[in-house]
Design a protein around this ligand. Structure first.
Ligand code: SIN
Length: 295
């Protein structure tokens, strides 16, 4: 049973933010969902202070071995989340991690303060890595800037803070170390890799409405492994590893690279029950291989 920031989780598989709609799943499956919930903790889609509509369409492109998205963090804002989504998400049978993004230090502080007061929220994940929005804060790629923001918000709550890191930087381990030094309780990575697709037959015209997007899925798995290994060898706080996981074997490789938990993302779009299958495969691998029995 992994211990993650003081939470005792039933297994190491969680969801990547924004890749599993637990409220829609409950509407579809009712109480059956609770009996077979695919993840040991649930990470919400990113919440911002004010509501956002997201990016102009098209927002998706199917890439070779992956998915390019430029969704742009559409959400109902903090007030809408607290009033409408939090009561629903608090009924899930697993701890809730709320993911937030702010465009200024003040916005991040307001989000952390408001969510830190809610006992339904077991941990807060700070999204400093979405490639699809311009925030004015270049947090995720700049260790000094990230440290400055975290030092400002850390004293505002005792709730564990997880920092979601970007792979779109030259030295992710240094950014992770800065997050740890400024008080992060955990780090998670990788978010998507910035990418572009061209309109078929229209020379030089990008397909996505926002021109660029973030690449996820099996195409990024080996990038994720390298970055998780680099970060895990640099920091002492727990690491949530993600990027292209489609099987228990993939999850095990991230655990062996130093992750404490593994998040399943794009695979849940193909198969919403993938998290359950992957955690089952992982237990089977652990049962058959005594040296991985800790998973
Ligand atoms: C999005 O809504 O643009 C995807 C979320 C992310 O990349 O953080």
């Amino acid at each position: 049973m992994p211990d993650f920031c003081g939470l005792e989780l039933a297994h190491p598989i969680v969801n990547g933010s924004g890749t599993f709609d637990a409220i829609a799943a409950r509407r579809a499956f009712g109480d059956e969902l609770d009996a077979a919930f695919p993840f040991s903790a649930f990470v919400s889609k990113t919440i911002t202070l004010a509501p956002r509509e997201g990016n102009p369409p098209p927002r998706l492109w199917e890439a070779a071995g992956g998915l390019l998205n430029s969704i742009g963090l559409p959400n109902k804002g903090l007030e809408g989340y607290l009033a409408e989504d939090l009561p629903e998400l608090a009924r899930l049978p697993v701890p809730l991690i709320t993911n937030v993004m702010g465009s200024t230090v003040e916005e991040v502080a307001a989000l952390v303060e408001a969510l830190g007061e809610r006992e339904e929220v077991a941990a807060i994940e700070l999204n400093v890595s979405c490639p699809n929005v311009r925030t004015g804060l270049d947090l995720g790629a700049d260790a000094a800037e990230l440290g400055r923001v975290l030092r400002a918000v850390r004293p505002l709550t005792a709730t564990p803070l997880i920092v979601k890191l970007t792979p779109n930087t030259a030295d992710v381990a240094s950014v992770a170390a800065a997050a740890e030094e400024a008080g992060a309780d955990a780090v998670s990575l990788i978010n998507t890799l910035r990418g572009m697709a061209m309109q078929p037959g229209r020379a030089g015209r990008p397909w996505l409405g926002a021109r660029t997007g973030g690449l996820s899925g099996p195409a990024v798995r080996h990038v994720a492994l390298a970055q998780v290994a680099a970060v895990a060898s640099r920091v002492a706080v727990p690491v949530v590893g993600m990027g292209g996981v489609t099987s228990g074997r993939d999850a095990l490789e991230l655990l062996h690279a130093g992750a404490t938990l593994v998040a399943v993302g794009t695979e849940s779009f193909r198969d919403p029950a993938a998290g359950r299958r992957i955690s089952g495969e992982l237990s089977e691998l652990a049962a058959n291989r005594p040296f991985v029995s800790e998973v």
